[in-house]
Design a protein around this ligand. Sequence first.
Ligand code: UT7
Length: 320
Amino acid sequence: MKTRIIGTGSCLPDMVVTNDALSAIMDTSDEWISSRTGIRERRLVKEETTTSMSVAAAKRAMENAGITAQEIDLIIVGTITGDYVTPSTACQVQAALGAGKAVAFDINAACSGFLFALHIADAYLKSGIYKTALILGAETLSKIMNWNDRSTCVLFGDGAGAAVVRSERTGLLAYDQGSDGARGAVLTCRNRENNNPYVKNPVEPDYTKMDGQEVYKFAVTTVPASIKKVVEEAGLTIEDIDYFALHQANIRIIQSVAKRLKAPETKFPTSLDHCGNISAASVPILLDEMNRKGLLKPGMKIVLSGFGGGLTWGSAVLEW
Ligand code: UT7
């Protein structure tokens, strides 16, 4: 039996913020942002939260899969921007769905969060411990941006994506994941600081900092290698893959990965232009868009790949 995605869902906040809108409040331009990244607009929260978007995405995925909340054994949310330190986003999703029997927890693997959640769910399903899992990537990145730092804040957006997975005849064929904490300093955001009464100099809250060029180099070398490895492990060739659904960080990274894999760019659908980079939510949102457009047909071979903060990366080959 294999872990199969049987339903997908996503939720984006209502507010659309175009590159032109950003250039009205900071020294940037549509030309700079779109030519370097492929991003034209992103959605940012006003009323929505990481939890509310997760719940909406989860409900859509459950409807798409045709399952009820009572059938869910496990809920895993990949996020670095949960609304609370505790309870976890997953526990809040469980409560909102009424998924009383589920075990629920969050994981932090930044932009690889959804891929790591998929792999954890796969291990539980394969071992027979659980039968049905709901996995999500959900972020409100706008709250950890320094809105005075144009080199980061223009790149990111908010949203949530979800998938229901179950053991079936076909599904996940191979998986690769990795971490390199030694290079973690290239993409950081410190958690809240110690403010106990004995600390003299509590520091200001931190925001996301990124050495964009180092992250770029990491992505264009690690991602093609990880994809090649996982495709080979699945007993397939790059030509056998129908679609590559990559983390949406930058169109130039996606083009470079396509070139290094010698695969046509038409096999790399994107959501970057209207979503920006939504970290853990990028891959499941893109997958849901592909699913709802009818691109995914039974038997197709799909590669998913996430990469980013940690540093972390994960790739999977699925038979749809
Ligand atoms: O999920 C996490 C994964 N993250 C990534 O994948 C990011 C990967 N990295 C990248 O995509 C690129 O490195 C960036 C898009 C972030 C930056 O592109 P770059 O070509 O590496 O630009 P840069 O950082 O070298 O900056 C070039 C210039 C600088 O000006 P000077 O020093 O040459 O005068 C920046 O100050 O562009 C300037 N700049 C901007 N100008 C207008 C930086 N941000 C902006 C901006 N608008 N928003």
